[in-house]
Design a protein around this ligand. Structure first.
Ligand SMILES: C[S@@+](CC[C@H](N)C(=O)[O-])C[C@H]1O[C@@H](n2cnc3c(N)ncnc32)[C@H](O)[C@@H]1O
Length: 276
């Protein structure tokens, strides 16, 4: 199938399914799929252990992360079964597959063929998050995990997520902020001493060029600035701003200016699409 035809097919399937969308209830406690309590030490430890084994066992790591993120969506928005979920920048599709396992009509939009890999989910669309080939308000949930720090203009990226989300729908956005201990990605924590120095060190130590270059495919996104910009928007309201992985004080840590830039690790924003 040509990419163009595939895009057309996905868009028309999304349009058809729009009629099936229901308005979502407010958070109703726990999802039937929930593994660990969130936040809890048990959950954070399981995620941390999976991250440590990411290189050796990416399948286990990303499957767990996908289950965990889908649980979070369901806590804030109720079961995803029967709903349209749009996963933007979803890489090889672990999250899309997890939403489908739970009965959602989930679609993957990913601009990088290399990230899509050899076996992307059926119907995956090669598309940029700045310009999704979708009509307005087609999704019940838009989902973006660890993408915001990889785009040069996060607010325009958010505008596009909001545009394709129906009024009352949920927008899930998480990102690793620059001053997080993990902000430099594969060259962390040496980014605290400067991105160029950290990249050079990575190359020296591993013999490989680093995947990320600051200002090209990784950008210094800050929590305080992002919160101010999102609060000033009229297309979404913040339901929750919290640390995605912390075992306690997940919302509290984000309320401490300065400290939050170092201690949050990864900011999770749960947003609700406002009526136009
Ligand atoms: C760190 S990966 C995250 C993958 C997956 N969402 C996850 O959480 O494991 C960042 C992803 O963002 C994607 N990305 C970068 N720029 C993008 C853009 N403008 N629109 C959509 N996705 C983008 C990359 O191709 C990559 O798949």
């Amino acid at each position: 199938m040509t990419p163009k035809r595939r895009v057309g097919e996905v868009v028309s399937r999304l349009r058809d399914r729009r009629g099936l969308s229901r308005s979502s209830p407010r958070p109703s406690g726990t999802s039937p799929h929930r593994g660990f309590k969130d936040p809890s030490f048990q959950r954070s430890l399981a995620l941390f252990r999976a991250f440590l084994r990411e290189q050796d066992d990416p399948e286990a790591c990303y499957s767990l992360l996908a289950r965990d993120a889908a649980d979070q969506v369901e806590v804030y928005d109720g079961p995803v079964a029967g709903r349209t979920v749009v996963d933007v920048g979803g890489g090889s599709g672990y999250f899309t597959e997890e939403f489908r396992r739970r009965g959602a009509h989930a679609y993957l939009f990913e601009p990088d063929l290399g990230e899509l890999g050899a076996k992307p989910p059926d119907g995956a669309v090669v598309a940029d998050g700045y310009l999704l080939p979708l009509r307005d308000a087609v999704a019940d949930v838009t989902f973006s995990s660890n993408v915001l720090e990889h785009v040069a203009d996060p607010q325009t990226f958010l505008s596009e997520l909001a545009r394709v989300t129906r009024p009352g729908g949920l927008v899930y956005v998480s990102f690793t902020n620059w001053l997080s201990p993990w902000g430099g990605h594969e060259w962390a924590p040496w980014h605290y001493f400067g991105a160029e120095r950290a990249r050079a060190r990575y190359r020296r130590r591993t013999g490989r060029a680093a995947k990320h270059t600051l200002g090209e495919n990784l950008f210094a996104v800050h929590i305080g600035t992002t919160l101010r910009q999102v609060r000033a928007r009229d297309d979404v309201e913040i339901v929750s701003a919290r640390s995605r992985y912390w075992p306690f004080l997940a919302e509290g840590v984000v309320k401490a200016p300065g400290l939050r830039e170092f201690a949050t690790w990864n900011l999770l924003l749960i947003l609700r699409r406002c009526p136009p």
